[in-house]
Design a protein around this ligand. Sequence first.
Ligand code: PFF
Length: 502
Amino acid sequence: MAVAGTGQSNENWSGRAAFILAAVGSAVGLGNLVRFPYVAGDSGGGAFIFVYLATILFIGVPVLIAEFMIGRRGGGSAIAAVSRLARTEGRTRAWVIFPILGILASFLIVSYYSVLAGWILHFIQVFAVDIGGRFVAEGPVALTAPAFEGQSDEEIGGILPKLLSQPGRMIVLHALFMAATVFILSRGVKSGIEAAANVMMPIFFVLLLGLTTFSLVTGEAMQALTFLFTPDFSQLTGSTLLRAVGQAFFSLSLGAAMMLTYGTYLSRETDIKSSSQIVATADTAVALIAGLALFPIVFASPVLSADVMGDNDPGLGLLFVTVPRAFHLMPFGSLFGLAFFVMALFAALTSAIALLETSVSWADGDYDVPPAQKARRRVIGAICLGGLAFLIGIGHALSQVPQTVAATFFNDWSPLDAIPLFQGMNFLDAIDALATTVLQPFVGMITALFAGWAISTSAAKEELRFDNDSTFALWQTLVRWVAPIAVGLVLLYGAIIVPLLD
Ligand code: PFF
């Protein structure tokens, strides 16, 4: 074959394990550690999880397979891959709209993801200072104590609000995180993306398992299990369905041109189906386990449980307010608190790398660009695109600052106020909702249609190598009909009808 399916001079992953680790690194992020636990607890517990798992199985996995397939067969970058495949299959070039919107989604996400990662950096410092200070005074015995001894609950709960009233600090931390992302990306696929995942993901898993065990043993395991898994079907409304679908796409990094891009570095030998299953299983397991790491220690305190069970949506406050308060009450609190935020940092960094990579991969050009020039374009692309995302992120950071501290344009700017779905949302929330509840599902839906209808059955079969025709037929039915119709209906209902009626 002349073009499609060779990947030519694109740099490839060094092997299947490296590819899977990088893809898992992209999937596992703040979505698993923050968004999933609170959305699940807040939207009907077991009932939400049931819808979520069904979405992963019948929509997420088939679309993930589709993204890897399109990426590998087309090669180059997300846009180049789709444009080339459309041409070889004799289809309209208009299909490129979906990788373009996907790149837009991931670029918008990284601009605020980095601000939130900056908050994580702040908490790492706060916990490290706490440990350091006491260790010097008391020696190793200090480590067994709860975090922030001698401080009040209000003071711990006030760490985030205090940070939010220091815009300069927030922007510096955001800059540091973005710089690390750009640095890693500029080193390329093998010595950048892959190397980072190789170091960070194993440490992440060890920390997660350690923390979960600690939390289950020392905290209120039963109450956490009840909160997360007891089904409350009365909470399954249209907007919960949209949240479940949005969460599934966000968590698996779908509909953001991202898995498409990682697919372009995939060698012909790697089996796409089994790799996709591993990535989806690992991502879902981490989301569920994260709930078991967080809630037992939160429910160990009656005050904190009352807060979480209360009506107000805890949102990011779960990670940045409730969790530090919980470590304030636990033995070994500062040690585990530090471990927790380091773990969150690694999860966030491997995801941010993936988020920015979609546009950097476009910037370094198609695979006919000579390697040396490609490497140069990658460095320049990473710096410019990372710089731009950083600048947009300043707006997100300022949108979190109270007006009384710094009166800026962003204090009460609701950029998408005219659209009912985004009414009253500040810059960060509006961009988050636009990218994750609208763009990602929409792009995912078009990806499924492209894989199911625009790519010929023979090409898809050759690429995916299913063991038998009936499993292939099942996959094809899911991407041709089930995923587009289900996502389409949920989008129509959750993003248009419900907000209009509200
Ligand atoms: N999957 C990541 C998370 O759960 O935090 C976020 C993400 C990464 C979304 C990459 C989209 C993407 F392309």
